[in-house]
Design a protein around this ligand. Structure first.
Ligand SMILES: *Cc1c(COP(=O)(O)O)cnc(C)c1O
Length: 494
């Protein structure tokens, strides 16, 4: 039977996998979820002998059931190739009592590459399957990481164009340099005179602009979104949990069927939801440990059953987790509401109207497999420092939040189950914060000197993604006002 996708807010909106990928978001703001979670149909022993690409096929074929074998394998081969600097794609590194699953070996050295390197291929395949003749135009507003990962994924992919808006003064110097040097004739990067919220609102308005859509259609284009609620991003993220388990098995670190725990530094709840789906596919995962930074909405939610975004927004050194509304949590809420779209939609209305909602005790009982905690800025810095001191292994600030929360979990529970920590960014991407945690005196150095120093202290070569932007030519110089965003899009597509 073909697996279909249904909206979390309207049981009558049911689409195929390829349609869900093309649409991104369901009507009325709902998210597409699979009508059931398929079970792995190969044994753990068989998986332990597979490459990353083979594992990806075994997992993704179950969710993207309207893709042919050839279509899906082609997407996988094009995504997980030598853009990654290791054949393992997602290696496991043991340090001080836990396995770090390094998800940062792709072209922008953060975990978003794991999904954004395959999404463009899933999208053009989906367009072809649904007889769509238009080119797909990806519109994105970014606060830094997603924009570059999406650019790298879509650059040069035939049948697509990508336009990224970033707040001119709201991203780090390295993040900005990464974006404005992006190659590829189908790419456009634009700074706006405004903040991230204004960029995001401007993009949302363009998506909702019927006249613009009609104009584009006449010119042979249609918009789509690469943001993290697209199931084309969620499904590829399930793969690396299965792969991590199978590596542990292959290396004799666990017995087949033995449970592991996973720890995930969480922002939008996409990465940890993928681990939850992996567990529901039959992968032996015991605890899903959700790590937050000082924006600890999720920790409070797991404690109290109340999701409340009415609080100050804290700017931390793990900026990709600075989020007060974790969009993907809705998929879990839908699930623990008994897949009841009416109940879920009511809670989401509360969130919009009051900035908060409260789940029932029956719903909360179903969250027993989750453990939430958070790390302060100081604890995060200390986690980097202490791990480096003890082992010489250097982790980034986001991974350090997870590492710190895992230490709290061990302390709270005494649970010594084999544990995988999702390592979501290369320390080179956040060299300033990382080096500052190792030794405060490094703070004086400039960004690229810090990168070289980090290479020296960690014994890791500077990744290509950082090295190549040092002297790369700036190719994108457009700056515009918020109101000018639609005109910039029209000009580019002319
Ligand atoms: C996006 C991101 C996260 C958060 O992942 P979610 O899926 O949004 O929970 C964590 N770390 C890094 C480095 C990221 O880029």
């Amino acid at each position: 039977m073909d697996l279909q996708y249904v909206s979390t807010r309207d049981a009558s909106e049911v689409v195929s996998a390829s349609q869900a990928i093309l649409k991104g978001l369901a009507n009325n703001g709902g998210l597409f979820v699979p009508t059931f979670i398929p079970k792995l149909d190969v044994s753990l022993e068989e998986l332990s002998k597979m490459t990353y690409q083979e594992t990806a096929y075994e997992v993704m074929k179950l969710f993207l059931s309207d893709f042919t074998k050839e279509e899906l394998q082609t997407c996988i081969q094009r995504a997980y190739d030598d853009k990654f600097d290791t054949e393992e794609i997602a290696p496991l590194v043991y340090a001080d009592g836990a396995y770090y699953l390094e998800l940062f070996h792709g072209s922008t050295i953060a975990f978003k590459d794991m999904a954004l390197s395959i999404l463009p291929h899933l999208m053009i395949t989906s367009a072809r399957k649904n007889q769509i003749k238009n080119d797909i135009v990806i519109l994105t507003a970014t606060s830094g990481d997603t924009g570059k990962a999406a650019l790298a994924g879509f650059a040069g992919v035939e049948g697509t164009k990508i336009i990224v808006f970033y707040p001119k003064d709201g991203v780090s110097p390295i993040q900005k340099q990464q974006m404005v040097t992006q190659a590829g004739d189908n790419t456009l990067v634009v700074g706006i005179n405004g903040n991230f919220d204004q960029a995001q609102t401007g993009v949302k308005q363009m998506f909702a602009d019927a006249q613009l859509a009609e104009e584009l259609d006449r010119a042979g284009y249609q918009f789509s979104s690469a943001n993290s609620i697209n199931i084309g991003r969620l499904v590829p993220q399930i793969v690396y949990y299965v792969y991590a388990y199978s590596r542990l098995l292959a290396h004799g670190k666990i017995a087949a069927g033995e449970s592991i725990n996973v720890v995930v530094p969480t922002g939008n709840f996409g990465n940890i939801l993928a681990a939850f789906y992996a567990k529901n596919m039959g992968l032996p995962i015991a605890k899903l440990i959700c790590a937050s930074n000082e924006n600890k909405v999720l920790f409070d939610f797991f404690q109290t059953g109340v999701y409340d975004k009415n609080r100050p927004f804290v700017l931390t050194n793990s900026p990709s987790m600075d989020i007060l509304v974790s969009s993907n949590l809705e998929r879990l809420i839908y699930r623990i509401a008994g897949e009841d779209t009416v109940k879920n939609a009511a809670l989401m209305r509360d969130l919009v109207a009051e900035g908060r909602y409260e789940i029932t005790p029956e719903m909360k009982e179903q969250l027993a497999d989750f453990y939430g905690n958070y790390a302060s800025e100081e604890e995060t810095g200390r986690a980097i420092h202490d791990l480096y001191d003890k082992t010489g292994y250097v982790i980034d600030t986001h991974t350090a939040v997870a590492s710190s929360v895992y230490a709290k979990y061990r302390q709270d529970t005494g649970d010594d189950t084999v544990t995988v920590i999702a390592s979501t960014a290369s320390p080179f991407k956040f060299a300033r914060s990382v080096m500052g945690a190792i030794d405060a005196s490094y703070q004086q150095m400039d960004d690229f000197d810090l990168v070289d120093k980090l290479s020296e202290v960690s014994g890791v070569t500077v990744p290509k993604a950082v090295d190549e932007i040092r002297h790369a030519e700036v190719r994108h110089k457009t700056i515009c006002e918020v109101e000018e965003m639609p005109q910039v899009v029209r000009d580019f597509l002319k």
